[in-house]
Design a protein around this ligand. Structure first.
Ligand code: ATP
Length: 240
């Protein structure tokens, strides 16, 4: 995996998406600060220089595109397992968040781009809060988590551990799809057995008990009318 580091950019995901079609191989881009970081559906990802670990990894997949539905969840498993190995236990919130002590610690944004060679490039962006300055938490406007202990760790060593697990997960995902990750994801599920609402564009569209994910990464929800599978897309989960 080639690696590049920049002091500041708008969004590492946007940078790599623009180049994905012409990349010779996997590329990791790290930014010390982002000025236009983003989450899903155009929502902002806010950060402070030195406080937030931000990177994107561009990786080519055999496809087809619908095979990649579970990719953000597989990325979450790889990150959570890396943090667990560093004595930072975290949980996963469907489809794309890492949760620590009930608050969001990290967000994942996977975006795709067709390559010139027929492969599909997926850019997996990660923002992980190491420190959470008051001004940043105020700007985000909700309670968020950070891991000050990891902020003291050598950044290159931390990044190397994250990259090695992430690259292994992406290679495995390309071979076997999400099936190899579903049990691992379910062990880390933050809302297992809890009553949750599923929101789409701010409206509650489903309510039920979260029962984990299936082998393609869909959320299983036990509702009054039986079990339903929630596809990713722009839906958000909230504790009921
Ligand atoms: P939610 O986290 O509300 O369920 P989501 O997973 O769909 O929604 P994303 O679109 O992935 O959220 O991420 C964007 C949201 O993350 C923003 O709307 C903001 O609330 C939150 N956010 C922004 N910056 C940070 C940060 N540094 N740490 C934690 N959360 C952040």
């Amino acid at each position: 995996v080639a690696i590049e580091v920049v002091a500041e950019t708008g969004s590492t995901n946007a940078d790599l998406l623009a180049r994905a079609a012409t990349l010779p191989g996997p590329l990791l881009r790290i930014a010390l600060q982002q000025t236009a970081g983003r989450g899903r559906a155009g929502r902002p990802w806010l950060s402070a220089s030195g406080a937030t670990l931000m990177f994107s990894l561009a990786w080519p997949f055999k496809g087809p595109l619908q095979q990649l539905v579970g990719l953000p969840l597989a990325v979450g498993v790889a990150l959570a397992e890396t943090l667990a190995a560093l004595s930072v236990p975290v949980q996963l919130k469907w489809p794309n968040d890492l949760i620590k002590d009930g608050s969001k610690l990290a967000g994942i944004l996977v975006e795709t781009q067709a390559g010139a060679d027929g492969r599909i490039w997926a850019v997996s962006g990660v923002g992980l809060n190491l420190l959470m300055p008051d001004a940043l938490e105020h700007a985000i406007g909700r309670s968020v988590a950070a891991v000050p202990w990891l902020a003291q760790m050598d950044r290159n060593a931390l990044m190397a551990q994250l990259l090695s697990r992430l690259a292994a997960a992406l290679a495995e995902f390309d071979d076997t799809g999400f099936a190899a990750f579903s049990a691992r994801w379910n062990r880390l599920h933050a809302h297992q057995g809890q009553e949750v609402n599923i929101l789409d564009a701010g409206q509650v569209v489903q309510r039920g008990v979260a029962a984990g994910v299936d082998d393609s990464g869909r959320l299983l929800l036990d509702t009054a009318r039986g079990r339903v599978e929630i596809l990713s897309g722009d839906v958000s989960l909230r504790p009921a």
